[in-house]
Structure formats: C-alpha cells, structure tokens
Design a binder for this molecule. Sequence first.
Ligand code: AMP
Length: 503
Amino acid sequence: MHFSDLGLSPKVLSAVTDAGYTQPTPIQAGAIPHALQGKDVLGIAQTGTGKTAAFVLPMITRLEKGRARARMPRTLILEPTRELAAQVEENFTRYGKNHKLNVALLIGGVSFDDQERKLERGADVLIATPGRLLDHFERGKLLLTGVDILVIDEADRMLDMGFIPDIERICKLIPFTRQTLFFSATMPPEITKLTEQFLHAPVRVEVARAASTASTVTQRLVKSGSKPWDKRETLRRLIREEEDGLKNAIIFCNRKVEVSELFRSLVKHDFNAGALHGDMDQRARMTMLANFRDGKLQLLVASDVAARGLDIPDVSHVFNYDVPIHSEDYVHRIGRTGRAGRSGKSFTIATKSDTKYIDAIEKLIGQKIEWHDGDLSTVPVSDSEDDAPRRGRGAPRRAGRKDEGGRGRGRTSDKRSHPKHSDEETESALPGNPAADAAPAESEERRSRKDAIRGENAARKAHDDNRPQRDHRGGRHRHAEDDDKTVGFGDDVPAFMKIVAKV
Ligand code: AMP
C-alpha cells in the first residue's frame, strides 16, 4: 500500500514525501480513505502508530475546498493536554506546508487576547483543550456552528482527566451533520457510550491492542530497597551501566513531588537532566521538551500526565522509577521507546511493596518481565514496610484539570470515579519554581532521611487517623488530599523529631 492509493490530494502527498514517509502505517491505511469519504471513524490506536497523520492528512485534503469565516472555525480538534495540542499544530505545519491554512491553538496558560485575534481572523483548523475552548465559547468569541469535521483525540485520556462532560457539551454545540473522527487507545465502557451517542455508523479501525508492548523493547525489572535513596542509587547505577547505549531516556515517577526530588538529585549527581510536570508554564514545558528532542538534555524526569502521548521519536530507554499503580500506564510508558521498529530498553525499579502492581502489569501484557539481576527475594524483609504510606497506596486521586490550567472536574462513575494519575497533586519544589530553586542546599542523603522520618511520622499519624474510617466495603478509606497534605506536625515538627536516625 502506498500513500498515493489513499485518495489524498497531490499537495498533501508532496508534503508526505517531504516528511520522508514511504508507506502509510496501518491506522493511516485503515482510516484515511474513509475519512476522505466523509465517514465517521472510530480509531483504536495508541500514540506512536501514526494516528495524528491519520486524521491530519485527510483533514487538509478536505479543507482545500472552502474558506474560513471570522469566529467560525471549519474544523475542531480536541486534545487532552497542551503538549498534545501543540504537537498536532506542528503536524499541520509539516503536512500543510503547501497550503495556506489558518490554524488556531486554544490552550490554557496562553493569553486569551492572542487567541481571540486568531479566531477573529477565521480559523480553518482549531486545536483546543476542552476547558479553554468552552471558556472562549462562553465569552462569546466563538461559534461552533460552522464546524464540519470534529476530531476527538486520546479519548481515554480525556476520561482520565475528567473532561467527558465537557466533550459531551461541545459535541452538542456542533451541527449534527458534522463528520467525527474519534481516537482512543483503549475502549472503557464510558468511551464506548460516548461513541454510541456521538458517532454515526462509524468505521472502526483497530490497529493494536492497548495491552501490548512492542516486541522491540527489552523489558527488565530491577530490585531495589524502598527508601528514596535506595531507589535513586539503583537508578544511577542502571544509567551508568548502560553507558553509551543510553542515548536518551524518560524516567517516569508516579507523583509530581517525586519528579521534583529525583530531578534535583540527578542534577546534583551531574546528570544532564530536565523535568516535565503539569505545573510548569507552557513556555517552560515546550522549551524543556524541545531541549530533550534536540538532544541538549539526555534525561527527562516526568509524570504520566505530563508525558503521555508526547511525540519524541527516538528514545533509547525508559526507566520506571516507580512501578505504575495502574497497569495500563506501564504500556503507555514503555511505548515511549522501541517506536517505529527501533529497539529500546525499559527498566522498572521494583520494591517489595510493588509486587501486586507487577502482577497486574504482567497479567495485562500477558507476559512475565525478566529480572535484571535477581528478584526481590534477596532484598531484606524489613525493607518493605515504610514505602506504602508515602506512596499513598490505594488512595483515591483528586479530580482536576490542572494540565489544562484550571476548572477541574473529575470522573463521576463507579470504580473509575477518580482520575488515576497523581500528577494533579500539589508540589512546591519543582524546577522553574524560584522559591524551590532558591532553597538552601542540603545534603541529599540528609534531606532524604529527614523526608523519610517525616514520612514515617506522617504515615503513623495517617494510619491512626484512618483507622476508624472504614468504607462500606470494610476497607480502609483515605481522602485524596491526604496524599501530599501534611498530616503530622506540619511545619512545627519538634526539634527532637528532626534528629537524623543513625542507621
Ligand atoms: P503519532 O502516533 O501520530 O504520535 O506518530 C508517531 C510518529 O510516527 C511521529 O514521529 C510521526 O512523524 C511518525 N509517522 C507518522 N506516519 C508515519 C509513516 N507513515 N511512516 C513513518 N513515520 C510516520
């Protein structure tokens, strides 16, 4: 199959040739002909499969006819995060180089005025995060009645982030006669319901099971003690062991606060590292990403929300500093390497308290992951206890839309009623935060031990606080806010509690 068989316009084909693509990927081959015919498409595909071009190329072809009118965009693409929205915009620049398209990006963290000016000029393509789009709509600066093509991308991500009510509202604001192209890596029941409600006789194109990891990725588990300094030491050892084979790596943490701590620690140990988290302003995020893409940064410490779906083509390694609590996140993380047939490596640092999460991952991906240098049976038994409270195991997560810059709202149904990513948690000590950066230098080991002691005190207190609170199933119930909120003495910890234990 060639691109020229798909029905794309000559100008689009020329841009595709210039991009260096020789063959359409399966999602492109499956979706593009139907999209060009104006049919609704339900694409079940992960990032890395070429799904962005699967909707951008037919859109550009179809946009060759007609013109945009002020405040009435002709097409609308909804993305869950600012980064993904910016990436889609880049795709329009690349594939639309032979066209004069007005592309407007409506994302949080950027001034309303500039965005309004673009809308006023008339947008052929509007790429938006749901909250910012509705903000503009409510300000009366936007009419959605001229939208002919609606793209909903990363729908399962939208679900995780609590955007489904917004999506439903937006779908109702766009004419019924539109074409809808809908993409999701997985199809949980809420997403199926959404497609039943808003797609008309869609052509279903499914390219890979979301639960599968690429065979080009060598996956290993690496045993570690559970203390932060144990895990950091394990990570440093792994990075050093890989030597020249490690071109660049994304290091995933479960929580923003860990992203921050680990980033600082790596820099302190002279690694060339950056960090990506939801609280950074848009410019800082894009600069950080650009530096990583250009090879100016070798390591990128990130949380799931900040990193998911990013188009970073050539990552040699993925490190899971924390075992992901939700097994599908493992698949997404590992999917950052071994892309487009290249080989990649992933190392997952595992402690004793991670066993049940590892089991769930292995069940999901349908294979056992090999241990790098021996399993957890050689780690001392006493080591496993302290880790659990700091991780906030089983704690429901707070709803929010921070990644978009405000207006949080969580999922509302059954066991999925809380966004699963911890990225919404607050944090204070992140790169780019002047207050945090100005913090007096303190020995890392000492800080870690103090953290651990505070963590243990907080954990003990949390344990006591939580004991009487049982949910209706008899299980222990914790509030999401507990995860990072100070539960012990707060800033008034008595001096004797801060004495570093000699171990
Ligand atoms: P996506 O799944 O849209 O995030 O795309 C993943 C990567 O695949 C991007 O770096 C694209 O530039 C690249 N890509 C898209 N289509 C093709 C193709 N037909 N051949 C080779 N690479 C492609």
